[in-house]
Design a binder for this molecule. Structure first.
Ligand code: ZN
Ligand code: FE
Length: 251
């Protein structure tokens, strides 16, 4: 059985430790802060045996070295990590990674960076999506281009709707403001935004989210929705996505 331990890291990242109770393996999903990950693992009584990186940014791979030095764990991630932070095994779209007997499928979800990947644990109904998709948002398009990013989001859209999406940042409240601007007549979005405001007022986490909810409310996943396409322009969804992403950057 799989357990996900979530904890805040740095200013607005979430740290995740995934533990398999049968094999006693533990995977660190990204490494924003090596010291905090090691402390959290100790609190849980778990030993980190693997690191799975989603992309090369320092708030995702910057703790690789410290955790590997302390634990001797194996580091798996996309090729873009190599030369920047320690990595042992490079994986890409279609590869699988094992935590004990539990399989994670590697998905190309590039666009935020050119090599960004996600890990989908189908048997547990969870996906670790890094900075590709957020609750009511998506990552900034630092390296990719709109068609590539839309293809990535389409892969996420195709996962089972009940999938829990573990995003890497608590950006939901500010994302909600833009989402309401992008899609003002969406009743499901308005209800979600109210819920988010109440949760943040109580200092509660809004992550993970479910894909089902994001499909109904996240404008970046809805760039193929006729109403969004009419409002934001674009002959094809990736053009609508580009318009939304540009508008959010300047919002
Ligand atoms: Zn990033
Ligand atoms: Fe990040």
């Amino acid at each position: 059985m799989i357990h996900v331990h979530q904890f805040p890291c740095l200013s607005d990242n979430y740290g995740y430790l995934v533990h398999d109770t049968d094999s006693h393996e533990t995977a660190a999903i990204d490494t924003p802060d090596g010291t905090e990950y090691l402390r959290q693992a100790e609190l849980k009584g778990w030993r980190i045996t693997q690191i799975w990186n989603t992309h090369w940014h320092p708030d995702h791979a910057g703790g690789n070295e410290a955790i590997k030095a302390a634990t001797g764990c194996t580091i798996t991630g996309p090729a873009e990590v190599e030369g920047r932070f320690p990595i042992d095994r490079i994986v890409g779209h279609g590869d699988t990674v094992m935590l004990g007997e539990t399989q994670a499928a590697v998905l190309d979800v590039s666009g935020h960076t050119n090599g960004h990947i996600a890990f989908h644990l189908a048997s547990a109904g969870v996906a670790f999506v890094g900075d590709s998709v957020f609750a009511l948002g998506c990552g900034r398009m630092f390296e990719g281009e709109p068609k590539q990013f839309w293809t990535s989001l389409s892969r996420i859209k195709a996962l089972p709707p009940q999938t829990l999406l573990y995003c890497a940042h608590e950006y939901t409240a500010s994302n909600a403001k833009f989402a309401l601007h992008a899609d003002p007549d969406n009743a499901a979005l308005q209800a979600y935004a109210d819920e988010i405001a109440a949760k943040r007022a109580r200092n509660e986490w809004t992550v993970p989210t479910t894909l089902e909810r994001e499909l109904a409310t996240n404008p970046f996943l809805r760039a193929d929705d006729p109403a969004i396409m009419t409002k934001w322009g674009g002959a094809v969804p990736h053009e609508t996505f580009a318009a939304l992403r540009a508008a959010k950057d300047n919002f």
